[in-house]
Design a protein around this ligand. Structure first.
Ligand code: SF4
Length: 194
């Protein structure tokens, strides 16, 4: 590619092209094959150990690559039925102890149910969680339930991205969860629902 010095400098300092990589991308160079090759080289002699991301209760399956007992790469395990090889940004960036709340109450920071089962629900109530942003991997399954015709309800004082994806947002006042759930139970009882 013929390029004058002036054109090179314009590309280098243009929006989104402030780095050498940005410059190459700006020039239309496809870096994907090089990145894939570099990743392959990095892990080609590594030992692979299946594991589970302990950071949140979704419990995504991972493949941990080690060389000389040092971790060189962690990625989602494509064999896992509920994360299908994906990891959320949090899981990709952090690899540390389990959710303290679950760990304290249940002995370990694991989910109390299999997230993929959410896909088969007719109605889902998400209360006090911005699931779409905090647990994007698991949130795929409520989205699948919605695509299958399920009704999604979000109970939270804040309107978040989770609220935006549901049929009904109930903006309760902070601290009134128990009263809300009591009212819901009472209403179900009076309507004859079980
Ligand atoms: S959703 Fe993210 S933090 Fe939670 S288990 Fe999966 S990768 Fe880890």
């Amino acid at each position: 590619m013929d390029l004058s010095r002036r054109q090179f400098l314009q590309l280098s300092t243009g929006a989104g092209a402030g780095t050498a990589v940005g410059t190459l991308v700006g020039l239309g160079v496809n870096l994907a094959p090089a990145a894939t090759r570099a990743q392959h080289l990095r892990i080609q002699d590594a030992k692979v150990t299946p594991s589970v991301c302990p950071y949140c209760s979704v419990g995504c399956a991972t493949l941990v690559h080690t060389i000389d007992d040092k971790i060189v790469n962690i990625e989602g395990d494509p064999r896992s039925p509920h994360n299908e090889g994906t990891l959320c940004p949090k899981g990709t960036a952090i690899y540390q102890s389990s959710v303290p709340g679950l760990g304290t109450r249940l002995g370990r920071g694991a989910a109390t149910m299999y997230p993929r089962n959410l896909e088969f629900a007719d109605c889902l109530v998400i209360e006090g969680s911005n699931m779409a942003e905090c647990h994007p991997v698991a949130f795929r399954w409520p989205m699948q339930a919605k695509a299958n015709g399920a009704k999604l309800i979000h109970v939270d004082p804040r309107f978040t991205r989770t609220s935006a994806m549901t049929a009904l947002h109930a903006p309760i006042r902070a601290g009134t969860d128990i009263a809300f759930l009591g009212g819901l139970r009472c209403s179900l009882r009076h309507s004859g629902s079980r």
